[in-house]
Design a protein around this ligand. Sequence first.
Ligand SMILES: Nc1ncnc2c1ncn2[C@@H]1O[C@H](COP(=O)(O)OP(=O)(O)OP(=O)(O)O)[C@@H](O)[C@H]1O
Ligand SMILES: [Mg+2]
Length: 382
Amino acid sequence: MGDLRKSLLRTQLQKELAKARKMQKEGDQKGAGFHFTRAGAISKKLAEISPKRRAEAMYHNAGEYEDLGKTLQSGQARGIAVDKGPADKHVADAVIDNLIVSVKPDITWEQIGGLPDVKRTIKEAIILPFIKEKPPFIKSTRTILLYGPPGTGKTLLAKAASNTLSATFFEARISSLLSKYFGESSKLIYALFHKARKEEPSVVFMDELDSVATARGGGMNEATRRVLGEFLTQIEGFNTKKDEKVLIIGATNKPWDLDEAIISRFQRKIYVPLPDEKARKAIFKIHLESAKSSVDLGELARRSEGFSGRDISSVCQEAINHMVREMNTSLTDLTSKQVSSYRLRSRPLSESDFQEAFSKIKAATKMPELKKYGDWQKDFGG
Ligand SMILES: Nc1ncnc2c1ncn2[C@@H]1O[C@H](COP(=O)(O)OP(=O)(O)OP(=O)(O)O)[C@@H](O)[C@H]1O
Ligand SMILES: [Mg+2]
């Protein structure tokens, strides 16, 4: 019951914030203020029924939305400018709250198959800043670039790192920063890093880095150039600061599109490759954990050469679907009344399920692409 109310309130809150943001973008500050005020009231209600640990942050948010609502309704704020006084700063904060997913992820290292060296490097990087007694020549890594084919676990790794640190996880898709807040994006980057520092320990995950970094000279518009500039300034700041508990992880599928300036700012560049046979076996094991299967995992690993972790996860899902379909042939004919009392039948996964799955799923990354990663690794390390 409480959960239902919470989820309804959350939906309402999202709606109010979306409306507020839309109006703000369209220049209707008063309208935006009205919806921010409502968002504030809803946040308060949510805080009242939340556990103490969460409630505090929610009351805080509620206060911010209400302040912001008041400010906008009185016509004092214009646009987003984090460095122009408190009212504008609230606007930026509210935008950041909505645009950037900030969560505490629950991915653990055990849920990521293979990649032992990559995991070790990242674990070392995140633990060092917390160790006070260390000789001065030991510097901790604050900036890591993960590159490799799609679906190989880059996002999972960033989340596991964040989980280990019980850190707040800020996920920023640069393409959406650029498209939604055209012209204001560089201020948002500044605000994002500012907030990450305030909430340390935190992990800032910049996905799709290549979208801001394509060919510095050719074709980059003014807004993108400014974002890149601000990003470089921020990241530089992190490399020089000692032991700040903010870890910056960038990710890309197209490292060769990255600007040299960006590449050089990352202290560590780590290649996240397609899984080898041993890793594929581990990944199958993870994705079939709760399903029973009579098929040997080693055999599945041998048959999935060239597959990414995401491809393997799809194979497992397809095999499960096939089994469910076969065991429940009348599933699609059930009336809504029958559905609620229907007991789904299942059996251990068998060779035929996987045969079907392998006939549908093919490796997503092709050989010529793979060679490009190898070449890039030779040039830039990893
Ligand atoms: N090493 C792995 N172990 C277990 N599951 C994996 C692994 N790699 C990928 N997966 C599966 O594939 C999904 C996608 O992985 P993830 O989002 O981390 O890929 P990515 O490298 O970030 O891809 P992209 O480059 O497309 O963003 C995961 O949710 C998981 O189900
Ligand atoms: Mg990803």
